[in-house]
Design a protein around this ligand. Sequence first.
Ligand code: 5GP
Length: 187
Amino acid sequence: MTEAPQVLLAEGTIRARVDELARQISRDYAAAGDLLLVGVLRGCYIFLADLSRRLTVPRRIDFIAVSAYRGKAQTSPGAVRLLMDVRTDIAGRHVLLVEDIVDTGRTLRYLQGLFRARRPASLKTCALLRKPERLQNAIAVDYLGFDIPDAWVVGYGLDYRDRLRALPYIGTVEPDRWGEGEPRGGP
Ligand code: 5GP
């Protein structure tokens, strides 16, 4: 490890925003009866844990794992691959996809297509972070934590080469300092 990441979103800032999102989601789903939260592994795990504990509506949890394969150079986004599917039959259910970060939007577009084909009662998305400068297509995010600049972020579940996930804040790292070029890719 070399230099510590630069703080982008402090712990308290994240907590306050997750509280707001939970209140908003609880209001919107008050009449739904049942809500299925589908976390997109692995980066979502801390966000999903905090969000789900603050909801006041009945909810179930499931997970899906995808990998954004980006090729040898690791700089060109490639196809999204499904690594692990949900266990729940989502037909007729109110589904909320929970993502850590929307970068190009490919993962979300892929997941929305996959899930819509399964005929849920409703399908919405919640993302903690979004990088508007990187978005490749207009993609709906119904509940968004923060728009952030185009930098590699770590902490609060997000990794750099599978490290730094446990940081309580969200920080940025300078790829050169961490070796091996630009850190694009990996779930
Ligand atoms: P997208 O398909 O939107 O381009 O990429 C979404 C996925 O890329 C995220 O779920 C996450 O796994 C990864 N990702 C994109 N940007 C970052 C980042 O700044 N930090 C980390 N840790 N992962 C990122």
